[in-house]
Write a protein that binds this ligand. Structure first.
Ligand code: KG4
Ligand code: ZN
Length: 385
């Protein structure tokens, strides 16, 4: 069984094709077109600008992925009903893409209304994320669903980040690789959550951020230090080079570290950094390195602290880490050294947003497949796990 997966929840246009045989899911092809260079100029992601990029990129990224997977669009043979069927499909697609002229033209010209594809389902992220960019992916999935007559599986982006750890080689995924119940630490640009994974499909949020997400804090501190977007990798590089030569000075606070819960708060930490940079000259490279390191120490310290606390209280079989911030070297090292249950981290190319994780999640949720006109297919910016 094959699934075509689409992800457009933020600033990456991603498409993947996966195949399940028995219990094992194999990635046949995966492509991610990043908008980083565009958003870099503006210091962050503007939803409408990101949406326009998705609309431009979706068809080319799909074509590349089909070609990488050696899957071919087959032109349907003409019969006396072909003309009528083509017109009905076109009317439906025009309705779905009434606000997406570019996407409509690309689909009609490059995919064709009378083609078929050897897949069983189309999977698409419906949330959480930026509603305009989510809509681009959802409407694209709907149009393809009409053309190929395939059902759509709506996928939760955060579930995707959790299942990213189910592969040790990036090609094969299997739920057997992880023992449940698990505790999951989800750390991205929009989320900071500790989730209990009782079963695949049964989740309980134990705690989350009360304001900024940890990735967002990395991005904001990077902007304070005039570093490019996204800030995480930039801060991390400076912090690492400082850490090699100096001891930690604990300059910044660890908000909510003593509260009796699993919640987080990052906006106060960011404000402390802001005040520090107003009183100290950050045009100096050494000061920027110090600030990056001290911020990273504080930000990661709280994640590790609350994760350990939740492990102590819930006694899970393992820890799963997911989301863009799971690429952070200091976080990975601290978890490796301090967590005494098996810890599953995604491979580096699966830490950020991608469509492979959306496809893997979809295989676990085939029962949720719906027709293109279903109400389940709408963008849910704040969708919870
Ligand atoms: O999961 P993701 O790609 O997108 C969302 O779903 O939000 O996460 C993006 C976030 C950004 O805030 C980025 O700065 C952060 O992940 N990030 C990092 C690192 N790489 C990416 N944060 C800290 N250290 C990194 N190495
Ligand atoms: Zn993400």
């Amino acid at each position: 069984m094959k699934i075509l997966a689409i992800e457009t929840s933020c600033d990456d246009t991603a498409v993947a094709i996966l195949e399940k045989k028995g219990e094992s899911i194999k990635v046949l092809a995966s492509n991610v077109s990043s908008q980083i260079s565009l958003h870099n100029e503006y210091g962050g992601v503007f939803p409408m600008m990101a949406k326009r990029e998705h609309v431009k990129n979706l068809v080319p990224v799909l074509q590349k992925t089909l070609s990488d997977a050696q899957l071919h669009l087959v032109k349907k043979e003409k019969n006396i009903f072909s003309g009528i069927s083509k017109n009905i499909k076109l009317a439906k697609i025009k309705k779905v893409l009434r606000r997406e002229e570019v996407l409509l033209q690309n689909i009609v010209n490059e995919i064709g209304i009378d083609t078929s594809l050897d897949i069983e389902y189309i999977a698409v992220t419906v949330g959480p994320g930026l509603p305009p960019t989510l809509w681009a992916g959802i409407n694209f999935a709907k149009a393809l669903s009409v053309i190929w007559n395939k059902k759509i599986i709506p996928v939760n982006h955060m579930h995707g980040h959790i299942v990213s750890v189910l592969s040790t080689d990036g090609t094969f995924f299997n739920t057997k690789n992880v023992e449940l119940p698990a505790l999951s630490l989800l750390v991205s640009g929009g989320h900071t959550e500790i989730v209990l994974v009782k079963d695949w499909g049964t989740y309980k949020i134990l705690g989350k951020t009360k304001d900024d997400a940890v990735g967002e804090a990395f991005d904001k501190v990077a902007r304070i230090l005039s570093l490019p977007y996204p800030g995480g990798p930039e801060i991390s590089k400076l912090a690492d080079s400082h850490r090699q030569h100096h001891e930690s000075q604990n300059i910044f606070p660890r908000p909510m570290s003593h509260t009796n819960d699993y919640d987080f708060s990052y906006s106060g930490l960011k404000t402390s950094v802001l005040y520090y940079t107003k009183e100290n000259d950050t045009s100096n490279e050494d000061t920027r390195k110090l600030v990056a390191r001290e911020f990273e120490d504080a930000a990661i310290d709280i994640l590790v602290l609350k994760t350990k606390k939740a492990i102590g209280a819930f006694d899970p079989k393992c820890l799963i880490v997911g989301g863009g911030v799971s690429a952070n070297k200091h976080l990975r090292e601290r978890l490796k050294n301090e967590i005494d249950i098996p810890t599953h981290l995604p491979l580096h190319n699966l830490t950020g947003d991608n469509a492979v994780m959306i496809g893997v999640s979809a295989f676990m949720n085939t029962k949720k497949a719906v027709s293109w006109s279903s109400k389940a297919l709408h963008a849910q910016g704040n969708l919870s796990i």
